[in-house]
Design a protein around this ligand. Structure first.
Ligand SMILES: Cc1ncc(COP(=O)(O)O)c(C=O)c1O
Length: 398
């Protein structure tokens, strides 16, 4: 297959994971459902089982011809070498954590981390005897270095952070971790391809494919991508030990999604910025937390390290608007669904302050935070809807 690495990412998303346009047959792979793989002889079966790290047909849980093209596309998007597909974005968070942590180890998690990742650290990892320190996502290298203990084996990053969008200084923080002999794991779901994790010191990159890759809010899927043989072996064997598996039907839908992701993201990036900029002019809004705008914590790192933005961002309401008022705003929108997740074709709103857990003293922006996901609708229609919602909110706030 030709090397597409120098081509534009629209081109690469059309061709990655395929064998080229002249191989014959249908454009897309079939959905291969299967558990048993049959071998002609015992010799071949015994030899086959030595290839658990490779894209071979060994047993359903180890992958099928529907999984492998998706693995290849995601590895290409992230600039890594190998990718493991797992059943959800959350499984993509927990699987590499289990790969690199053992009883007695210490983990560093950003205070802005996706809530269920925090929960995993506070429940199962704690039960396993792994201690976690939650750190300020905007921490500098020197202060981070002071948090390392002799048993710290993993620095976890999520940039930008869930709900509050702090963009982290990934290269500086990764360098500190490596100096302490720790691995750097990062949730790169927001960055997709706009942030190239392996060029910035990350060892293992996590994505919830559920978001823009799937793109239609109808499938849960995750990926864990590595860039060295050693990390691949660790992640792959842990995933196999855990019995991680993703349905081939879901992989097929994700592959279908990925082929149109670049054009969806072109529009969603532009629409997200249009709506975010409109919010900066609104008197009800104290601050817009969009990594591409200077009002976002860590905007300078976004400018330095990212090539674009997805369409998920937050706003901070002026202090006179309560949690209930933020709820009134959400409930009076007719084009925005109230709900978790993001990356689909439809817009979403989620007032966040009521359920955010922060324990490192970060995340208080002096007002209610509300998260928006901008879909494929016309931004002028979304803005008209938001005007109506803000008017209803002003009314209840008096
Ligand atoms: C940043 C981030 N990581 C991981 C996940 C988990 O993805 P999933 O919903 O597929 O489990 C989410 C889900 O919202 C997320 O926002």
């Amino acid at each position: 297959m030709a090397d597409h690495k120098d081509q534009d990412w629209h081109t690469r998303l059309s061709h990655a994971g395929r064998n080229g346009p002249r191989v014959g047959g249908f454009v897309n792979p079939a959905v291969h459902r299967g558990s048993t793989v049959l071998y002609p002889t015992m010799v071949e079966r015994t030899a086959g089982m030595k290839h658990r790290l490779d894209q071979k047909l060994l047993y359903g849980v180890m992958g099928t011809p529907t999984h492998y093209p998706l693995e290849d596309v995601i590895a290409e998007i992230e600039g890594g070498t190998r990718c493991q597909i797992v059943c959800s974005g959350l499984a993509a968070v927990t699987t590499p954590l289990l790969a690199y942590l053992k009883t007695g180890d210490h983990l560093l998690l950003p205070d802005s981390v996706y809530g269920p990742a925090r929960n995993f650290a506070n429940t199962l990892l704690r039960q396993m005897g792994v201690a976690t320190t939650f750190y300020d996502p905007m921490i500098g290298g020197e202060a981070l270095s002071a948090l390392f203990r002799p048993n710290t084996t993993v620095l976890y990053l999520e940039s930008p952070g869930s709900h509050t969008f702090e963009v982290q200084d990934v290269p500086a923080l990764a360098a500190v971790a490596h100096a302490h002999g720790a691995k750097v794991l990062m949730d790169n779901t927001w960055g997709i391809h706009f942030f190239q994790p392996f060029k910035h010191g990350v060892d293992v990159s996590i994505q919830a494919l559920t978001k823009y890759v799937v793109g239609h809010s109808d499938v849960l899927l995750g990926s864990v991508t590595t860039n060295s043989a050693e990390d691949w072996e660790r992640v792959r064997l842990t995933s196999l030990s855990l019995g991680q598996y993703a349905s081939p039907d879901d992989c097929w839908l994700a592959l279908r999604g990925v082929r149109t992701m670049a054009v969806r993201l072109d529009r969603q990036e532009a629409s997200g910025l249009t709506v975010a900029r409109w919010f900066t002019e609104r008197p009800e809004v104290a601050r817009v937390l969009h990594p591409a705008l200077p009002s976002c914590p860590g905007h300078e790192f976004w400018q330095r390290d990212f090539t674009g933005a997805c369409s998920l961002f937050g706003i901070v309401l002026q202090p006179q608007y309560s949690q209930a008022a933020a709820g009134v705003l959400a409930e009076n929108l007719t084009l925005f669904g109230i709900g978790a997740s993001w990356g689909g074709y439809e817009s979403l709103v989620l007032p966040a302050s009521g359920f955010l857990t922060r324990t490192a003293g970060t995340g208080d922006f002096g007002g209610q935070t509300v998260r928006f996901h901008i879909g494929l609708e016309e931004p002028a229609d979304l803005i008209a809807d938001l005007e109506r919602g803000l008017a209803a909110m002003r009314e209840v706030a008096g």
